[in-house]
Design a protein around this ligand. Structure first.
Ligand SMILES: *[C@@H]1O[C@H](CO)[C@@H](O)[C@H](O)[C@H]1NC(C)=O
Ligand SMILES: *[C@@H]1O[C@H](CO)[C@@H](O)[C@H](O)[C@H]1NC(C)=O
Length: 400
């Protein structure tokens, strides 16, 4: 009813100014009637293919190499620690001739670092390069260290809005290891990015046969090859015997995916650029609340994320300090949890005398992802109410 009235108003308004409304109306209608499927058939999702050898067309895939274990060498074939990044994307691709039957590849060594060294400058730069290259390619693959891979994947989910596959991969063993997983993971990532069925699924994390959503993916094991998981939300698909097999058949798009794709603040960034300062505080027995005071007074904080105990609990003493400091500095406080599964519901936010208006529940977002979502809200200049409405898009999140 509301939509119909708005439409009517729009048509009247448009006719009054004598411009052709049919195109706008058609777009509006096709978008809204297909609201649950709108991710299925977008025109810019034509697979850009490239003619090779006069007769075979291959999808064109651009690889962005950033470093990580996948580009590292160790001291021996059995060592699995203390190795360092010293290989480039060409060193890896030279060893996967099979890829010439999968895609037409171009590549860019955007930097070459372990992902523990990455800052928001690196990640925003990567995002902007991907944004530019998506129009000329069928999809994008990123090689990345696994330590903070989930943060980059989540950031890209929030700041890109393309139906084309953006697939991020890495490895858990260095190139020198007997059990090097990098070549197969890279082969898999390019194969997934090249497959038409991978469109409209957002950012995909592809390692160790498994394809999972960049929204939920998290590193679950510090050493094992089988580390990227999202237990509760499930695997999207599995790459077996050269084929991507999807468990989730419908086009998949999360409510917060692409939420910041139109941000102007991420473009044309300068050398010293960093996302706003948001600190993560870890909860444990006898946690020293003075940490909160010190941080708020000395770090020019724009927000705090709590890695609380259980479903986001914090101490009463701490909640009183947070209530006071969030008012004094006008900063949001996001309640997340130190546990790797489950959610922080609004029902577990501080109550009674401890309740305060800048407290927001992180829902299922772990602290490092809640931090990224908050940083993007802050850089956009969102009010507390607007930040709260963004966290409402995260199941269980926001405030009552
Ligand atoms: C909705 O989507 C289907 C399938 O993609 C398409 O055939 C149909 O024309 C669309 N409807 C509208 C109103 O655009
Ligand atoms: C990388 O480091 C390994 C181990 O230290 C060494 O054997 C290898 O020659 C280096 N490779 C390059 C390309 O520098």
């Amino acid at each position: 009813m509301l939509v119909a009235s708005i439409l009517l108003l729009f048509v009247q308004f448009a006719s009054y100014f004598c411009f052709d409304v049919s195109e706008y109306l058609q777009r509006f209608l096709s978008y809204h009637r297909n609201i649950s499927f709108y991710y299925e058939a977008e025109p810019d999702c034509e697979i850009a293919s490239v003619l090779i050898n006069d007769d075979t067309r291959y999808p064109s895939i651009k690889i962005f190499a950033t470093g990580g274990t996948i580009a590292s060498s160790g001291d021996s074939t059995t060592s699995n620690a203390g190795y360092s990044v010293n290989l480039t994307i060409t060193d890896l691709l030279d060893n996967i001739p099979e890829l010439s039957n999968v895609a037409k590849l171009t590549y860019q060594q955007i930097y070459n670092l372990g992902s523990n060294e990455l800052t928001s400058l690196h990640v925003v730069k990567l995002r902007n390069e991907i944004l530019q290259s998506l129009s000329d390619n069928s999809g994008v693959v990123i090689t990345h260290g696994t330590d903070t891979l989930e943060e980059t994947a989540f950031f890209l989910e929030l700041t890109l809005n393309s139906c084309k596959p953006v697939v991020i991969t890495g490895s858990m063993r260095p190139r020198t290891s007997l059990l090097y997983d990098g070549l197969m993971n890279l082969y898999m990532a390019v194969s997934v990015a090249s497959d038409k069925s991978s469109t409209n699924r957002g950012v995909l994390v592809a390692l160790n046969d498994r394809v999972i959503s960049g929204i939920y993916a998290t590193k679950s094991n510090s050493n094992s090859l089988d580390t990227f998981k999202n237990d509760e939300q499930g695997t999207l698909g599995i790459f077996v015997d050269d084929t991507i097999n999807w468990f989730v058949q419908l086009p998949y798009k999360h409510l917060i995916a692409g939420k910041f794709a139109d941000s102007k603040h991420l473009l044309n960034i300068e050398h010293g650029f960093q996302l706003p300062e948001v600190l993560i505080l870890f909860g444990y027995q006898s946690v020293n609340i003075e940490l909160i005071e010190l941080a708020a007074n000395h770090l020019n904080l724009k927000g705090i994320v709590l890695a609380g105990t259980g479903s986001g609990s914090w101490t009463d003493h701490g909640n009183m300090a947070l209530k006071r400091l969030s008012g004094q500095f006008n900063i949001p406080i996001i309640y997340s949890t130190r546990n790797s599964n489950g959610i922080v519901p609004v029902g577990n936010l501080p109550k009674g005398n401890f309740a305060y208006s800048r407290a927001i529940a992180a829902g299922y977002l772990n602290p490092q992802k809640a931090r990224i979502l908050l940083q993007l809200c802050i850089i956009e200049g969102y009010s507390i109410e607007e930040i709260s409405s963004v966290f409402k898009l995260v199941s269980g999140g926001s405030r009552s």
